[in-house]
Write a protein that binds this ligand. Sequence first.
Ligand code: GDP
Ligand code: ZN
Length: 311
Amino acid sequence: MNKKKANTCKGIVVALKANFLIVEIDYQEYSHDLFSEKIRFLCTRRRKLEYKGLSIDVGDIVFVESIDYRNNRAVIFDVEPRKSFLIRPAVANVTSIAICISVEEPSFDSEQTSRFLITAEDANIKPLIILTKADLIKKIDLDSYVNKLKLWGYDSIAVSIKNNQVNNSLIERFRQTKLTVLAGPSGVGKTSLINCLIPSLALPTSSVSKKLRRGIHTTRHVELFSIGKGSLLADTPGFNRPEIMSDISGFAALFPEFRAQLIDLKCKFRNCLHRDEPGCLINKNFERYSFYRETIDEMIKTHLPFQGDSV
Ligand code: GDP
Ligand code: ZN
């Protein structure tokens, strides 16, 4: 067994703690051990990174030196260019967003779900919807949510921590991608789900300490957890109603219902917003059109200097 210790290593930032960064290194890459060993280092960063204006967030791939293997300390001296960046929560290199929405307690909310979907679409990351608390409704009602989401253009998986319906297929799905962010409003069961997937974490859920958690929740940072096979999962503080940050002209493209039509159709005006423009060819007879319409009307009202139909 060769345990020669490397002078520099590549790792991933899994958490930010005050002025420090926690970097996880897959030790297997640097030794000839047969068993993968993940070591977490408490790191500072070299000044020159600040001079270069390079910010480092959770999910960034970094290079460390001055490694102190006894005390698990190191210094970050470089960072890889990001492949993607999610602004809220700030996580780099996200490869998948799993949006948790409860079917009951709180009950399914189409607008809220759409806002989370738009956030993922805007970051160009394909979302997966996890319908939580499946035990609280009948199978037939659950199926109707799954079908509804299918019509919107999205896959969903129903789970329940009660009947242990957190099946292997969900874990396998998380393991197929490098970094999944669990998003969704608070109270839908994100923490319970993580505890079910990674029992050793035993994170406090709201049923355990509701009051305490409320305090923790507002200040808590994003943290990445290993889910096996080199994949990571991020629990994020709940954003109950994500703001829509997209620009007006690109908004329709964030809906699969529009995208499917726009492959073959060209409206009369290139910059058509698919409202009441002459020569608009979009079939508006789909469930989320009213959400699109209300949101884009609101965006136009707040973004343009003149109110009105200046398309
Ligand atoms: P978070 O804010 O999204 O992290 O939600 P929590 O994990 O703290 O859960 C909120 C509440 O929902 C807690 O009281 C949980 O016990 C409850 N809960 C979570 N998952 C389920 C589930 O699958 N079924 C039912 N019936 N309750 C659940
Ligand atoms: Zn149009």
